[in-house]
Design a binder for this molecule. Structure first.
Ligand code: PMV
Length: 301
């Protein structure tokens, strides 16, 4: 009766994706495993955080759980207790809340014998995401449900990319939690201040994303790395970077990473660095760890 939701990283285009620009993202191997079983009281327990929220509880997790239970195609459901093991840092830009939502939706489906496509799981988990994020682009829940490397445009079906060479990434975690909702609202305020300038940044990011897609399809890690660096400049101009993120990005570049940027909402959370090989990745991870931050290596595509 278990369901899995994988984490994700955004390779290019976070935040701009909220405003209709495409983004490139990749599913991670690690994520959230949820198990549902019949119980006297319907509840959601998340082991690493020690939370245990009954259905209808007035907490974010309680409201999100109620949203997906009530929107289930077989509702009203018998009481189910869902226990989740979360193997992703929360509020770190790796899609933790979406991975939890997708895992819970899949566990409910397993327990009720409802077979759903990835697209249906993605759509139902958007109700979950709306509890945590005011204006989610839908990228997180869609990527988390599908995995792979893909181009996402708000409101459109996910487009899987034909990855010529798998991408090796190092993920560095600043350990600073950040609120996606607050960061998205901060970017919206920048737009209010100067719309023409904001639109220029959106156009620049759109061009980076389309070139990034070509680089991934051609297996050109050098070009992709440069595009990541350029995207980081534009994200910092939106005040999304932090000293910890900049330190990790600087250390990764100094250790020879092909490109590095924050990933996800920023304001804390994680950065990613593109590397050439497992050995190179280990050197970049060591450089990040030497600053006192956690890092792990992963391959996508
Ligand atoms: O930090 P995360 O994993 O919540 O990613 C957010 C991605 C944004 O583009 C900043 C917001 C969104 O809804 O797409």
């Amino acid at each position: 009766m278990s369901g899995f939701g994988r984490g994700k990283v955004i390779l290019l285009g976070e935040h701009a994706v909220v405003w209709g620009v495409p983004a490139l993202a990749a599913g991670l191997d690690r994520g959230v495993l949820a198990e549902a079983r019949p119980a006297r009281i319907a509840a959601l327990a998340c082991a690493p955080w020690g939370t245990d929220d009954p259905l209808g509880a007035d907490t974010e997790l309680g409201r999100a759980f109620s949203a997906v239970v009530e929107a289930h195609p077989r509702a009203p459901l018998p009481p189910l207790r869902v226990e989740a093991s979360v193997a992703l840092p929360a509020g770190a830009g790796l899609g933790c809340s979406a991975a939890l939502g997708v895992a819970v939706v899949r566990a409910l489906d397993e327990a009720t014998g409802h077979a759903a496509s990835d697209a249906e799981v993605a759509e139902r988990s958007l109700t979950w995401e709306r509890v945590f994020h005011g204006n989610p682009s839908g990228l997180d829940n869609t990527m988390v449900a599908h995995g792979g490397v893909a181009r996402y445009v708000r409101g459109a079906p996910l487009e899987r990319l034909d990855v010529r060479r798998p991408l090796r990434l190092v993920v560095g975690d600043s350990g600073e939690p950040s609120s996606t909702r607050a960061m998205v609202e901060g970017v919206a305020r920048q737009r209010e201040r100067d719309e023409a300038r904001f639109d220029k940044s959106l156009a620049a990011i759109a061009a980076l994303v389309e070139n990034g897609r070509l680089a991934i399809e051609a297996g050109d890690a050098h070009a992709l790395g440069q595009l990541m660096d350029l995207n980081q400049h534009l994200l910092s101009a939106w005040m999304l970077s932090t000293t910890a993120l900049e330190d990790m990005i600087g250390a990764a570049r100094a250790a020879g990473a092909k490109g590095a940027k924050l990933t996800g909402a920023g304001g804390g959370g994680c950065m990613i660095a593109l590397v050439e090989s497992a050995e190179h990745g280990a050197a970049v991870a060591r450089a990040i760890e030497a600053l006192g931050f956690a890092a792990f290596e992963t391959e996508v595509g």
